[in-house]
Design a binder for this molecule. Structure first.
Ligand code: NOJ
Length: 555
């Protein structure tokens, strides 16, 4: 049985092109990232997930690919990529990449060939309709920025299907040759040393699209094939899938553990924002109750922010409005009618206590945490940039020119403008300053992740909720062979105290291992537990020495 490292991992998501530029051309690159690996090692993450790194016209930040077997020349070469894997692994960090195979760029040679003639060997690699489909606007993902899901191509003399923008034609998964090619892509990158993939748009990948069919069938067996290919090539590799679907659907993606090992928990993400807005834990408890039980070999991934908007599409109308009112009241902060295009620090009013609490909450929830680059220093967003680019500005390394991101002499060369001035500008928010300051958010993250790694129960344990009698206080117990951890998080701006009563999994005296401040010791019977405004406490209830021996895991 391969080790399940992903259940105890901390994943860090980054865009190479906005992380660190090494050659002064204004675009981040792989050598730049290699140079910054020590920052990631010191932060305490165990895996990086790279947003797409392939050649691309970059009309959707790299999610429009023209060659699945290469690295975008602006980012470096395949040689640089292998060096990145080597240098990362040396520091105990695994590397995952995005697997974007629902579609290609319309500039991909496959599509160029497909559109050129009905006889092209690639014609059937895409989804075509000779007649105008009746459902031109069905299922658009980017309303306001996308007009249709079918577009007429003059050269092909036919309509092609695209779930996303019109420059991203969908691949025809029903074609076995397309699926074989995807397996080849998986095999290629595994051979180069990746630890796995973040599968983009999983529900659309397995859709059998046909013109006029509003609810296309999904073939889950393809996921089994991809997963088989993955584990045959590398036993401990994983696919982490993006599947923002209903609860009943979710479980089908895991199968009996033979489909996908890991999925983002979108339901929990949306309900966490509602809970933060209300300062009440109810929505989180509801999400945990709604989250289906999953096979032992599988895992959810938790996140607060990622490279996309906060998608609130699964909240009902008034809940949705509450989150908008709390965290994205200005229409320019909102996107696609369903989401918020902001980073977390500005959403939480740059309130340090609340930011810490939000991450302590994320790390306390069941699942593997995924964090977004820049959030460890509390970066802000730039709402003057279009759509989701608002949260994709360059990493702020120092208070020197271009935030230390690039040595380019021209601002206009930068991949995106650096945030400058104000409370989120690089002059105020940057790695160098925070590294020197033991009270900084960065120092807090380093401590939090270090302690999280000492508490494998959070990722691998069985999680249960205990009623605190306080609407704002979440109390979760994570119980594993190695021990038991109690996490207490207060979502409200006022403190309180509560009784829990001795727990069965307890052994010896409880010990505070991490908290927002020094609290009086908890008593053996867990009564009168104090928690401050936006406070959090991780309390060890049991530690079983020797239980982890033999499991090669460890975060
Ligand atoms: C989901 C990705 O997260 C998003 O950034 C992208 O635009 C779409 N898939 C299309 O690939």
């Amino acid at each position: 049985m391969p080790e399940r490292w992903f259940r105890q991992a901390v994943i860090y998501c980054l865009d190479v092109d906005t992380f660190q530029d090494s050659n002064g051309d204004g675009v981040g690159d792989l050598p730049g990232l290699i140079d910054r690996l020590d920052h990631l090692a010191r932060l305490g993450i165990t895996c990086v997930w790279l947003n797409p790194i392939h050649p691309s016209p970059d009309r959707d930040d790299g999610y429009d690919i023209t060659d699945f077997y290469a690295v975008h020349p602006a980012l470096g070469s395949l040689g640089d990529f292998v060096e990145l894997i080597h240098q990362s692994n040396n520091r105990g960090i695994r590397v995952m990449i995005d697997l974007v195979v629902n579609h290609t760029s319309d500039q991909h040679p496959w599509f160029q060939s497909a559109r050129s003639s009905p006889d092209s060997p690639y014609r059937d690699w895409y989804v075509w309709s000779l007649d105008e489909p009746s459902d031109l606007r069905q299922g658009m993902v980017f309303p306001g920025y996308q007009d249709t899901t079918w577009t007429f191509d003059d050269e092909a003399g036919a309509w092609y299907y695209h779930r996303f923008y019109d420059f991203q034609p969908d691949l025809n998964m029903a074609n076995p040759r397309v699926r074989q090619e995807i397996e080849k892509i998986i095999g290629f990158w595994l051979q180069l040393g990746v630890a796995g993939f973040r599968l983009d748009a999983a529900p659309f990948v397995i859709e059998l699209t046909e013109p006029g069919v509003a609810e296309p069938r999904r073939d889950f067996s393809w996921l089994e094939d991809f997963n088989k290919q993955l584990s045959w090539r590398r036993g401990d590799a994983v696919i982490l899938a993006e599947a923002n679907v209903e609860r009943e659907e979710l479980i089908k993606y895991f199968g009996d553990g033979h489909r996908l090992p890991m999925l983002f928990n979108f339901i929990l993400n949306q309900r966490t924002f509602l809970a933060l807005a209300r300062e009440e834990v109810g929505p989180i408890l509801q999400a945990l109750a709604e989250t289906p039980a999953i096979p032992d070999t599988c895992q959810f991934a938790t996140f607060l922010r990622n490279h996309d908007e906060v998608d609130l599409g699964r909240l009902v109308g008034h809940e949705h409005d509450e989150v908008f009112a709390a965290f994205g009241p200005d229409p320019k902060m909102q996107l696609y009618g369903r989401g918020i295009r902001r980073r977390l620090a500005p959403m939480l009013g740059n309130d340090r206590r609340r930011i810490e609490m939000a991450y302590a909450l994320q790390f306390s929830l069941p699942g593997t945490p995924v964090i977004r680059y820049g959030d460890e220093i509390g970066m802000g967003d730039d709402l003057s940039l279009p759509e989701r680019n608002a949260m994709r500005t360059p990493m702020q390394w120092s208070n020197t020119r271009h935030a230390g991101f690039s040595t380019s002499s021209r601002k206009s060369d930068l991949r995106r403008p650096v945030i400058s001035g104000g409370e989120f500008g690089f002059e105020t928010v940057n790695v160098v300053d925070q590294q020197r300051d033991p009270t900084s958010l960065l120092s807090w993250f380093q401590r939090a992740l270090l302690i999280l790694r000492e508490c494998p129960e959070f990722g691998a344990g069985k999680c249960s909720y205990i009623d605190t009698g306080r609407r704002s206080v979440l109390a979760l117990i994570h119980d594993a062979p190695s021990g038991a951890m109690l996490a207490v998080v207060n979502l409200a701006h006022t403190g309180c105290s509560f009784d829990l009563g001795r727990q069965q999994c307890q052994d010896g005296s409880p010990i505070d291992v991490f908290a927002d401040k020094n609290y009086p010791n908890v008593t053996d019977n867990l009564d009168g537990i104090e928690i401050g405004p936006f406070g959090y406490r991780w309390i060890r209830l049991r530690r079983t020495i020797g239980a982890r021996a033999g499991s090669a895991s460890g975060r």
